[in-house]
Design a protein around this ligand. Sequence first.
Ligand code: M6R
Length: 369
Amino acid sequence: EKGGYATFMEKEIHEQPHAVADTLLGRTDEDGRLTLDEVRIDEEELRAVDRIVIVACGTAAYAGMVAKYAIEHWARIQCEVELAHEFRYRDPVLTPHTLVVSISQSGETMDTLMAVKHARSLGAKTVSICNTHGATIPRESDAVLYTHAGPEIAVASTKAFLAQITACYILGLYLAQLHGGAGARNAEEVMRQLQEVPAKITDVLGRMDRVKEIARFMADTRSVLFLGRHVGFPVAMEGALKLKELAYIHAEGFAAGELKHGPIALIEPGQPVFVVVPSPSSPHNLHDKVVSNIQEIRARGARTLVIAEDGDEAVVPFADEVIRVPQAWWMLDPLLTVVPLQVFACELATAKGLDVDQPRNLAKSVTVE
Ligand code: M6R
């Protein structure tokens, strides 16, 4: 049942090319327009949406953070992301023109379900991105976009995360199409580039020997930091979460720009820091800014584990290790850069002899508040 892998998590990491490819399947109608799976809501009402609030928990919330960049960039609709359990109890301001997008692998997470119900009771429209057909959250929502990652058994989410990000891109393009945003004109090109991602993930998976070796050497590490910027910020958060839940190691993800506002004080000789470097094609010189961050922490003794695109030579002088991923359009980077971090956490937990599929104190589906 584990398809020759030692754990479900390893199997699911290797299923990621399929999870992305299947989530992309059948998304356009005969006129080439993007569609959702279930729409129990008037298109006019979706067109009138002037604000989006994404609600989710854990890994799904990090997919939501990626979605914020994509939706605002393509659809030009104000978008915020909130942990579902915080959203529910802070008296959120919602109108009939607010679209609340929930993201959930299981579709049964109580915190997320309560947030969706609350949003509906206040008159907002709701869209669910979900991996489980007919689950409670999609049934409670006005529209649904299913991810097709297949059943995810391991407690730590991997393939569902990549499928969620993919679905978020599709939603961003769909909303751009409805709103006539700039992204609508590029939708076909973005979809074409997304189609190339599964093969690139397979490529990343074929390069993981060194990452696994590094993980095994680090089995006694007490703390690991993760830095990212822009769409790489949620990837850093996800890398830290994977390490906490699987290997029980203290780990924190930061936005690289935040370093000098406090976290750089944590850097001492030998401190391992993963840095998710934006593609050199990223806007606003973000790549160079992050390379400067690597330089700053290295000068203070950090051990830098740098995830960078093929051909990005600027990182080399400041990296103790360079983990390469294939080139991709910057918006799509998270689908590639998160993979080494998943493999790292999985391998390190295995090296510590821990139960990778069933970490302590955790349940796959959190159906209580
Ligand atoms: O089923 P959901 O996507 O709603 O679950 C949300 C979180 O509980 C989940 O992503 C959790 O953070 C995972 N264990 C992360 O690996």
